[in-house]
Design a protein around this ligand. Structure first.
Ligand SMILES: Nc1ncnc2c1ncn2[C@@H]1O[C@H](COP(=O)(O)OP(=O)(O)OP(=O)(O)O)[C@@H](O)[C@H]1O
Length: 242
């Protein structure tokens, strides 16, 4: 499914967080949103999924204007802060969220075990969430986002607190999903993860200052290093520490 963000602007209490954002994300692409803390990445994800309205502009998914209740079922959203039921087990959380997405029982049973194995929680599925570590909560949140096999994944810093081996496993799975034609948008501060994406959009002061393939973006940096993307200057394309 294709995501089109058209001239989106958003302010909170007169503070403009996003200004005139235009971005197209095609099926079978992994795109990452890069930018300093507070640059509006989460806000953009929430506008894409229709959780909050834009002040101006809008988002179309497969040509339909968001928010759209039917399209919501095609989206898996992983928030930065876990939205889990602490007094339920991981398995029951998964079951609950699968129910909300109207996943059939047989399909749930088939998917749940596979997804738990990808996030490395097969042996911990009966533990209550309140007894989970931070990283485990992150992993089960990712499983929740995946449980209804959505066509679009919006993942807000999905691998924070997850060890490198599992992180690799999760990225291999995301790349498999991409090959199946899923559309994936990820926010991250982890440079290794940027390299796993096809494209990146750099957010600065509420604007997209660059949006291109990862290879082209790296070529445009002074020393060809991915870290330098964070220091690119809006106007000159040169290094800036401002
Ligand atoms: N509901 C809200 N009410 C008021 N201000 C908000 C709200 N949501 C976000 N903001 C503000 O909008 C700005 C962008 O926040 P956002 O969470 O989108 O940034 P971010 O790039 O995702 O940051 P981080 O990398 O730290 O997660 C911040 O200044 C934040 O305080």
């Amino acid at each position: 499914m294709k995501i089109e963000v058209n001239q989106v602007s958003k302010s909170f209490q007169k503070h403009q967080v996003l200004g005139d954002i235009t971005l197209t994300i095609d099926s079978g692409q992994i795109v990452c949103l890069l930018g300093a803390s507070g640059s509006g990445k989460t806000t953009l994800l929430r506008i894409i999924m229709g959780a909050i309205p834009a002040d101006k502009g809008g988002v179309n998914i497969d040509g339909k204007s968001m928010p759209d209740r039917k399209l919501l079922q095609a989206i898996g959203f992983m928030p930065q802060n876990d939205a889990l039921y602490e007094e339920l087990s991981a398995w029951d959380n998964l079951k609950f969220f699968a129910g909300l997405q109207k996943v059939k029982r047989a399909e749930f049973l088939k998917n749940a075990e596979q997804i738990l194995s990808i996030v490395g929680l097969s042996n911990e599925k009966n533990k209550l969430i309140r007894n989970y570590s931070g990283g485990m909560k992150k992993r089960i949140s990712l499983a929740v986002a995946l449980i209804h096999q959505p066509d679009i994944l919006l993942l807000d810093e999905p691998t924070v607190g997850i060890d490198p081996v599992l992180r690799k496993q999760i990225w291999n799975y995301l790349k498999k999903l991409k090959e199946q034609g899923k559309t994936i948008v990820v926010t991250t501060h982890v440079m290794d993860e940027v390299m796993e994406c096809d494209n990146a959009a750099l957010l600065r002061n509420g604007h997209i200052i660059a949006s291109d393939t990862i290879d082209h973006l790296i070529d445009s940096t002074p020393n060809g290093k991915i870290e330098e993307l964070f220091f690119m200057d809006e106007k000159t394309g040169e290094e800036s520490l401002c």
